[in-house]
Design a protein around this ligand. Structure first.
Ligand code: T4K
Length: 368
């Protein structure tokens, strides 16, 4: 069988450079707990991402859980079913009931027009997702939050480096969280971060990710341990130097896919949004079985059989999992757009390392 083409492939730092940073860590014997590379990566990321404050985490799930703790969110939170399960799991781990609201198919994000109808006296926050890195309608969401006195926590796991009119999308809402998992545009192997607006909040989050310690003998909150270690911070510093080139390589792949697929009947995809700096983290297509002459699943299996591993992100919908399917808002009738996206989506291979011949191998399945 030919080599497999995977949906993504991690951006890796230069091994020699990484080795010399490892040597520094070994020499210093300071391997975790707010070390020099951790502090440096926070500084460089804040500059790169154009955000005022950032706190590094050990993955992209714990900042979600911690944000809910920090803002003392309780009761019900309005969120999207069209995401990775970590989004709603973070609510579950805080004893919060997710209330699912349908998405706008134009952005894949929460449809602001449907949020108000889902608000109850128990609602305390909204947790939208910039799905595939496509910015939500943050202004409309903020207007609703302001009107009802709700907090907004963005799951921005996919939105590394995404900007709207030159401003980071990570500045929207009360807090935003990022994932630096191996499968993301920018990775620290496992890793993540939280973005916040002020120094006071950053301090509090730094306590919370370190068991709540505010000094050697003072614990101010029931914190958790979710700190990033020095090895991954060093890896992250090196990858930060390569991420722009990786995003540009992804953009070129997206351009080729779009050019080839634009006239394929039954296949739709997203174009760039005006004024947005995208990161091309995923390339979802949507398959209309009748027009394309083949179902999404048939296409997925056919590609897989030939070693081209697309992925059906995000199928099944979160509301189909046993934890959530009994909830009143978890129905197909309530979420028609999300179900349609989940039933028809296929993310094509998309990463910085795809060669022209890899792209051609993918496009062959579309008669190109
Ligand atoms: N919120 C959202 C919206 C998210 O999408 C995620 C994570 C989170 C929160 C939580 O963030 P983290 O706690 O994970 O930081 C992946 C990732 O594990 C997960 O991070 C990600 N979203 C989710 C969308 O996808 P899988 O199960 O699809 O990954 P896996 O192992 O099947 O890998 C996919 C492909 O990537 C492989 O076929 C090959 C390639 N790969 C993967 C790994 C791990 C490599 O080439 N090297 C590797 O080391 O979940």
């Amino acid at each position: 069988m030919k080599d497999q083409i995977t949906v993504t492939s991690p951006l890796l730092p230069d091994l020699e450079e990484f080795n010399s940073m490892l040597k520094e860590i070994w020499d210093s014997k300071w391997i975790t707990n707010n070390g020099q590379f951790h502090r440096q990566l926070e500084k460089e990321l804040a500059e790169y991402l154009k955000v005022p404050y950032i706190s590094l985490f050990t993955n992209g799930t714990l900042p979600l859980i911690t944000a809910l703790q920090a803002l003392r969110i309780t009761g019900e939170v309005i969120t999207t079913p069209y995401s990775f399960v970590a989004t709603t799991h973070s609510l579950w781990w805080n004893g919060i009931r997710p209330v699912f609201v349908d998405v706008d198919p134009a952005t894949c994000g929460l449809d602001p027009e449907k949020i108000e109808a889902a608000i109850t006296p128990k609602t305390t926050a909204i947790m939208p997702v910039h799905c595939y890195g496509k910015p939500c309608d943050t202004e409309a969401i903020q207007a609703i939050a302001d009107k009802y006195g709700l907090k907004v926590i963005y799951d921005a796991a996919h939105a590394f480096g995404v900007e709207v009119n030159g401003k980071s999308v990570l500045n929207a809402g009360d807090m935003s969280t990022l994932s630096f998992h191996a499968t993301k545009v920018y990775n620290t192997i496992e890793g993540g971060a939280m973005v916040m607006h002020d120094e006071q909040t950053k301090k509090r989050i730094d306590y919370l990710k370190n068991f709540g310690f505010a000094g050697e003998t003072t614990v101010v909150a029931p914190g958790i341990n979710s700190k990033m270690d020095e090895v991954r911070a060093a890896y992250g510093l090196l990858n930060l130097r390569k991420v722009d080139a990786a995003i540009e390589a992804r953009r070129k792949v997206a351009e080729r896919y779009r050019e080839a697929l634009r006239d394929v009947e039954g296949i739709t995809f997203y174009d760039d949004m005006p004024g947005v700096r995208h990161n091309y983290s995923y390339f979802p297509i949507f398959v209309d079985e009748e027009k394309f002459g083949k179902s999404r699943d048939a296409l997925y299996e056919e590609m897989k059989g030939e070693g081209v591993l697309g992925r059906r992100y995000f199928y099944p919908l979160i509301t189909e999992f046993s934890t959530y399917r009994g909830l009143p808002s978890a129905t197909r009738e309530n979420l028609p757009n999300a179900y349609k996206l989940a039933d028809t989506v296929l993310c094509l291979p998309m990463h910085h390392d795809l060669s022209d011949s890899d792209v051609e191998r993918v496009l062959k399945f579309f008669g190109k």
